[in-house]
Structures are given as structure tokens and as C-alpha cells.
Design a protein around this ligand. Sequence first.
Ligand code: RB5
Length: 149
Amino acid sequence: MRIALGSDHGGLNLKKEIIKHLKSKNIEVTDFGTHTEDSCDYPDYALKVAEEVVAGNFKLGILVCGTGIGVSICANKVPGIRAALCGDTFSAHATREHNNANILTLGERTTGIGLAIDIVDTFINAKFLGERHQRRIDKITEIEKKYSK
Ligand code: RB5
């Protein structure tokens, strides 16, 4: 499995910890930035990761900002992206199983490193359950089409 990661300055340190953890499990990762603590704009990094995931270059993405909210809002503007902000492990597996989420978002200022790592592991190991959930995903796709120009 290949995972695309991105963050702004507010999520940089948690992203680094997640990358260290994933590499220790031999999971291939690509970090699309930011790479410094300089103040930057989270939409730039959320868009990069969302486009890589939607293009099929990566099965899953992980985005981190201060709260996880800004990157979640941005990523969800890209048709085909289902980004889920998770602050607990139940949500992390439920959003893969039910929503077929393809991007996990996390907040460095809201979620501690230990819990965040557990959320990451739970998210990447859970599987979409299909069936009635696919019908609901199809309805999400219909909403995207309705509002796409
Ligand atoms: C940056 O200060 C902060 O606004 C950003 O990381 C994020 O929390 C936005 O949702």
C-alpha cells in the first residue's frame, strides 16, 4: 500500500511522527509537504494529496493541520474524495467500512501522537463493507455531479 501525506505548518510535527511510524512498518509513503515550520496555507497541501489520491496514484491519503478541519474541508471539494476527520479509533474504522473514506485527516493541536498513530493504523487496516454502503456512496457521487460545472 502507498500512502500520500500532506500537512501545513500546524500539522508538520504530527505528520513527521506518522511518517516515521509508517516507514517502520515498511509502508511506502510520499510526503507532499509542507517541509518546514514556516507559516503556509493548508489548501495547497490538501489539494496536492487529494489530486494524487483521486488520480489513483495512492490508495489512501493522510492530511494533518492544526485541527484537521481545514484540510478536510479542502480535500472534500475534490470530486471522488471522501476525507474523514477522525479523533477516535471507532470513527477511523467506521469511515473506511461505511463511507469508503480515502483520506484521513487529523489535528495536531487536538489529538495526541499516541492516539493519532492508533487512528492511522485502524484507518489503513479497515476495509470497505460495500453492499448498502455502496448505494450511499453512489448518492454522494450523484451530489458531486449535480454541483459540478
Ligand atoms: C493554522 O494556523 C491553522 O489554521 C490550520 O493548521 C488549521 O487548523 C486549519 O483548519
